[in-house]
Ligand binder design. Structure first.
Ligand SMILES: [Zn+2]
Length: 381
């Protein structure tokens, strides 16, 4: 995790550009920091917001410390009939598109869990994750399934959810990478989700800086939200805006680990090299090329070649580091009585073959790599 001294990026750890993109003086210390009376006014009720751009990933972010309640979702909007109606339509389409009927979904940062009722009505098993204990208690009192905690800080053991939603919450996180890693930990491989954050593209294009609030440590554009999600193990399936352009909406899928098992075990060049080196008819075998391709392959073969030929003088007289095979000048081809040459010289392979045949008059077997296969280009088949 990057040190949080206000000079390095909360996502990638690169330096924040100086001077800052914008400094706003004397704004409220928090969107929820209401006073009980005008007499409570004092200098501690305001703060200077410092908005800086990361020199690495470009993410715009506040240098300020997070508000004390950043783990909690505090909103009045989830009870609005307009929002509920729009969410219902959105959920309907999402559930249909990804076949989520009957599946387990979770809203990360659910507050009291109002949206869980709508999701349940649409035929999914809806859960919420919320850190504010009063909200958790209030939601549970309505019979809603709410896990208490914060992404990355829950005790949930196995990843169990097929989908997730995260609405206007990620931008509050001081450590977005850790936050999204925590979300990933709740999900099955291949799980899908919707992430919405305030649309800072909008703020930039209409020169609107009054949206800045200390609660929103991260001010995402489409580009930096996409980077943040990709950097955190999610493939972005679609990008759009919603709420009249005020929010960016991305549909994402948890990236599953790729399967490299066949790639590691079914290497046709290595297999063919082993065949050639094990075949008595190959006679004395040399490899041409003490570069990465040849050295790596030679370190893995079952039977060793007699020597490695290489025209680089600084390699000649040395030994291959994993098996101790001598590296010699191509001119030693004859004195070492080589019958078969396996050319592993990458882009120089054709040139090496031409040298062997026309300049050195080599009449033995020659193999070289073509289109990922080791093929014989001279000699008895
Ligand atoms: Zn960065």
């Amino acid at each position: 995790m990057a040190p949080m001294n206000g000079t390095t990026c909360r996502l990638c750890g690169a330096l924040l550009l100086d001077p800052p993109a914008l400094t706003l003086e004397r704004v409220p210390v928090g969107a929820q920091a209401f006073l009980d009376s005008p007499g409570d006014l004092n200098q501690h009720a305001t703060v200077d917001l410092i908005l800086a751009e990361c020199a690495g990933c470009g993410l715009l972010q506040l240098r300020n410390q997070p508000v004390a309640y950043y783990r909690e979702v505090i909103t009045a909007s989830s009870v609005s009939a307009t929002v509920l109606s729009a969410r219902r339509q959105q959920f309907c389409a999402f559930i249909d598109e990804f076949g989520l009927q009957g599946k387990k979904v979770i809203e990360v940062g659910c507050g009291k869990g109002h949206l869980l009722d709508t999701l349940e009505e649409l035929g999914v098993q809806a859960w919420g994750l919320e850190s504010g204990s009063a909200s958790v208690a209030a939601g549970r009192a309505h019979g809603r399934r709410i896990l208490e905690g914060y992404p990355g800080e829950t005790t949930a053991s196995d990843p169990i959810f097929d989908a997730f939603f995260c609405f206007n919450f990620l931008e509050h996180s001081p450590h977005p990478g850790e936050f999204l890693k925590g979300v990933r930990g709740l999900l099955k491989d291949g799980a899908v989700g919707i992430v919405e954050v305030p649309n800072f593209d909008n703020d930039i294009s209409i020169q609107r800086h009054y949206d800045l609030v200390i609660d929103h440590l991260l001010n995402f554009t489409s580009q930096t939200l996409g980077l943040t999600l990709a950097f955190s193990g999610f493939d972005v399936l679609s990008v759009g805006t919603c709420w009249d352009g005020d929010s960016i909406r991305m549909v994402v899928r948890k990236r599953a680990p790729s399967n490299y098992q066949n790639w590691k075990t079914n290497n046709p060049v290595l297999g063919k090299m082993n065949d050639i080196l094990a075949d008595p008819e190959s006679g004395r075998v040399a490899v041409w090329g003490a570069s990465h391709e040849g050295l790596t392959l030679v370190s893995m073969v079952n039977h060793l070649p007699v020597c490695i030929l290489d025209s680089a003088q600084f390699k000649q007289g040395k030994y291959e580091p994993s098996r101790g095979i001598p590296i010699v000048a191509p001119g030693e081809l004859e004195s070492r009585k080589i019958d078969t040459v396996i050319v592993l010289a990458a882009i120089y392979s054709e040139e090496v073959v031409q040298t062997l045949v026309h300049r050195m008059g080599f009449c033995g077997n020659i193999f070289r790599v073509e289109k990922g296969l080791l093929v014989q280009v001279q000699g008895r088949h």
